[in-house]
Design a binder for this molecule. Structure first.
Ligand SMILES: NC(=O)C1=CN([C@@H]2O[C@H](COP(=O)(O)OP(=O)(O)OC[C@H]3O[C@@H](n4cnc5c(N)ncnc54)[C@H](O)[C@@H]3O)[C@@H](O)[C@H]2O)C=CC1
Ligand SMILES: O=C([O-])CC(=O)C(=O)O
Length: 270
């Protein structure tokens, strides 16, 4: 018998809304059973036309309903979703991966409860190759992110340093540093850097450059890895989603592919 997993989603925005609709349309081995949202009326409306409307619950209750808990909410509420999912021994799939970096105690806690934390590739590419390379010696990992300025607007690092990103008229580096500091300064913009760090050599050694670039229309990420086994150079150019221009349209698709991989008989890639 094929395995079926029930799924709960925290947050129904660009990622969670798309993912919920896809799951409701029918995905073998996965069943959407619960969602959590800030705006209850809007959420009720969003799921009203679903073939099988999921229960509308609180963030911390998702884990009571579902085998797999997907976090697709702002980083500020990450802990509420993560802690309950991990305490109950669920499979926890974070979108706000940057919020995991300063909370690595959750990994130790998951070991105690039997939970798993499965970080999707998200808006990035090539984490299979980065993980493979990291089984051997890796000299360096860097990521350069270029976003249209409005895709960076409001980031705490920009506010703290009085950088008016919307006033930028030519490609400009707005941040250079490691993935840990990038995730702290840009919690809604560079989850990809956090995922890369976790796949490879960690947040202190993974170096990040963030550009506000009025010449690009896509959220563009270029990874470079120098390793004993291989040299990798990879670029992804993401179409920003209509609901949230910070978020590439590929992100909910990547999470869906990740969820399929939890139950599928044939699994491709590392
Ligand atoms: N891992 C990756 O590659 C990527 C990760 N992200 C991250 O994923 C997260 C979600 O992104 P989007 O869907 O684009 O954001 P969004 O802003 O479109 O949606 C977030 C949703 O969470 C809801 N929400 C807010 N507070 C809530 C609460 N207390 N309880 C329940 N729901 C609540 C909001 O109402 C909204 O519907 C963000 O942290 C974002 O930075 C975004 C893009 C790529
Ligand atoms: O969607 C993207 O291009 C990347 C992004 O927002 C993130 O990593 O948080």
């Amino acid at each position: 018998m094929a395995r079926e997993l029930t799924v709960g989603i925290g947050g129904l925005g660009a990622i969670g809304g798309h993912l919920a609709r896809s799951l409701d349309a029918g995905v073998e081995g996965l069943r959407l059973v619960a969602v959590a949202a800030r705006d209850q009326a809007k959420a009720r409306q969003a799921i009203a036309g679903f073939r099988t409307p999921p229960a509308l619950v609180g963030l911390a209750e998702l884990a009571e309903h579902a085998d797999v808990v997907v976090e697709a909410a702002p980083a500020a509420v990450f802990e509420q979703i993560a802690e309950s999912a991990i305490a109950r021994g669920r499979i926890f799939v974070p979108s706000s991966v940057g919020a995991l970096l300063p909370r690595m105690h959750l990994v130790a806690r998951a070991k105690e409860t039997g939970a798993r934390i499965v970080v999707p590739t998200g808006a990035l590419l090539g984490l299979d190759a980065v993980r493979a390379a990291a089984e051997g010696e890796v000299e360096s990992v860097t990521i350069q992110t270029r976003k249209p300025p409005r895709g960076l607007e409001g980031a705490p690092y920009l506010v703290a340093n009085a950088i008016d990103v919307l006033a930028i008229t030519q490609p400009t580096v707005v941040f250079k540093g490691n993935a840990f500091d990038a995730a702290r300064g840009f919690p809604a913009n560079v989850n990809v850097a956090a995922a890369l760090a976790l796949a490879g050599i960690g947040p202190e050694r993974t170096m990040v450059e963030i550009w506000g670039d009025p010449t690009v229309t896509r959220n563009t990420h270029t990874i470079r890895v120098e390793a004993a086994a291989a040299r990798l150079t990879m670029t992804i150019e993401n179409v920003p989603s209509e609901e949230n221009p910070r978020t590439g349209k590929i992100t909910p698709l990547s999470i869906l592919a990740c969820l399929r991989g939890l139950t599928s008989t044939l699994k491709v890639g590392t």
